[in-house]
Design a protein around this ligand. Structure first.
Ligand code: FES
Length: 164
């Protein structure tokens, strides 16, 4: 069964319509975002194949996008996925301490999910918020000027909220 529901197909068609004729394959990133949002927060092989079929491109073209950009995940993530920037400007500002604090607070390593499914964590390249370093991103929110204590406080706050 295709992971592309009629609603998702309509959304895909609307996205692809924004691109010039013959350039529809450029819609691969927004289509993957739409599918990841609707597909439980990660992309399976079936999801990637469905996008490839929809755009009429080889599966390898879709897979190379999903494996290059860290905003796409090929395995389940926690309800709150924390992306800690590890690139040089943030590293010079202490992102190592932030990453360590996240690991300690969650008790998981990069790419792992907490036992309650609430959090997952990974270290990523520049989040384009270098002026705020060190930073991490959770969902659409970027947290800057982090310290180990601030990072733990953000996680504590989300843990208190439970599910969103
Ligand atoms: S280096 Fe961390 S946001 Fe750019």
């Amino acid at each position: 069964m295709s992971p592309i529901t009629p609603e998702l197909k309509a959304r895909f068609e609307k996205i692809v319509a924004r691109y010039p004729k013959g350039q529809e394959q450029s819609a691969v990133i927004p289509l993957l975002h739409a599918l990841q949002e609707s597909g439980g927060g990660h992309l399976t092989t079936e999801h990637q194949q469905a996008v490839a079929d929809f755009l009429g491109v080889p599966m390898s073209k879709v897979h190379e996008v999903t494996t290059f950009y860290t905003m796409f995940s090929l395995k389940p993530r926690g309800r709150h996925h924390i992306s800690v920037c590890r690139t040089l400007p943030c590293a010079l500002c202490g992102c190592g301490d932030v990453a360590k604090a996240v690991r300690e607070r969650l008790g998981v390593g990069p790419g792992e999910v907490t036992a309650d499914g609430m959090f997952s964590y990974e270290e990523v390249e520049c989040l384009a918020q270098c002026h705020l370093g060190p930073v991490f991103q959770i969902g659409d929110t970027v947290y800057g000027d982090l310290t180990a204590d601030k990072a733990k406080a953000v996680i504590d706050g989300l843990a208190k909220q439970g599910g969103r």
